[in-house]
Design a binder for this molecule. Structure first.
Ligand code: KIV
Length: 293
């Protein structure tokens, strides 16, 4: 992999953060303002998640429909506005499921065409050889186990994973296998806290939790969820740090009211013109404009 530009969080720094006990902060972003706000807030990792399918593109309750080209478009925008945070391009459903070659080809597109620093994919099992192939091509891979939304139908919905001893054991084995395959970090989604704690202890690479409790080495939340832009029922692990949906609706209502009442635009929102030019212009009459035009 090429040397990161100065200022960019270096990949090995994440494992060093785990060793020091410094928590890693990750958030999703899908556009330039989101990337800039994340950078200003000192976020370590920005994930251009395939949750874009739901929170940006409006697909109801599924990440499956988002395409590689749509993800590349969003990732390119975020990369352009991320200096320090590591930008993770999320490989969407279908982009790494057919073969290792396909996975490598698509991962390269995220790095070359969209400026992603690394990529993320879901699952273990068949995903392990994909991880090995992408890492062999010189691209860092973040793993993702537990609730893996791309296989939500097989999992029987958006449900907590690893709640029996055998399933928890399987999750631990999957996370260890992802580390052995070369992942630099593993997302644990919707997993009981003690299971996430056991996995975090067993791995030398960091775990990033979402609905996996406080023992993980880092946390990730979806931008729209934490800022209160997502409405309706949210998963239990989401904490809302703002209520932007209400703020935005209020601002748009006020704008609409002021346009209709004539309160907007006021004089301070208009451009002045020299008095003498205005006098000439107003004296011209419409025929002048017809003739000159
Ligand atoms: O796509 C996404 O936003 C994710 C996070 C929820 C981890 O995978």
């Amino acid at each position: 992999m090429s040397t990161p530009p100065p200022g960019k969080l270096a990949l090995p720094e994440l494992a060093a953060m785990k060793r020091r006990g410094d928590r890693i902060v990750m958030v999703t972003a899908y556009d330039a303002p989101g990337a800039r706000f994340a950078e200003d807030a000192g976020i370590d990792i920005v994930l251009v998640g395939d949750t874009a399918a739901m929170v940006v593109l409006g697909h109801e309750g599924t990440t499956v429909p988002v395409t590689v080209d749509e993800m590349l478009f969003l990732t390119r925008t975020v990369s352009r506005h991320s200096n320090r945070p590591l930008v993770v391009g999320d490989l969407p459903f279908g982009s790494y499921h057919v073969s290792d070659e396909d996975a490598v080809r698509n991962a390269i597109r995220f790095v070359k065409e969209a400026g992603a620093d690394v990529v993320k994919l879901e699952g273990a099992g068949p995903s392990l050889s994909r991880v090995r192939a992408i890492v062999s091509a010189g691209i860092g891979v973040m793993g993702h186990v537990g609730l893996t939304p791309q296989s939500e139908t097989i999992l029987g919905g958006f449900k907590t994973q690893g709640r029996t001893a055998s399933k928890a054991r399987q999750l631990l084995a999957d996370a260890l296998a992802l580390e052995a395959a070369g992942c630099f970090a593993v997302v644990l989604e919707a997993v009981p806290e003690p299971v996430a704690a056991r996995i975090t202890e067993a791995l030398t690479v960091p775990t990033i939790g979402i609905g996996a409790g406080a023992a993980c080495d880092g946390q990730v939340l979806v931008y729209h969820d934490l800022l209160g832009l997502t409405e309706g029922r949210l998963p239990r692990f989401v904490k809302r740090y703002a209520n932007l949906a209400e703020e935005i609706r209020g601002a748009l209502k006020t704008y609409a009211g002021e346009v209709r009442s004539g309160a907007y635009p006021a004089e301070e929102h208009t451009y002045p013109m020299p008095e003498e030019e205005l006098g000439v212009f107003l004296a011209d009459g419409v025929e002048h404009a017809h003739r000159d035009g």
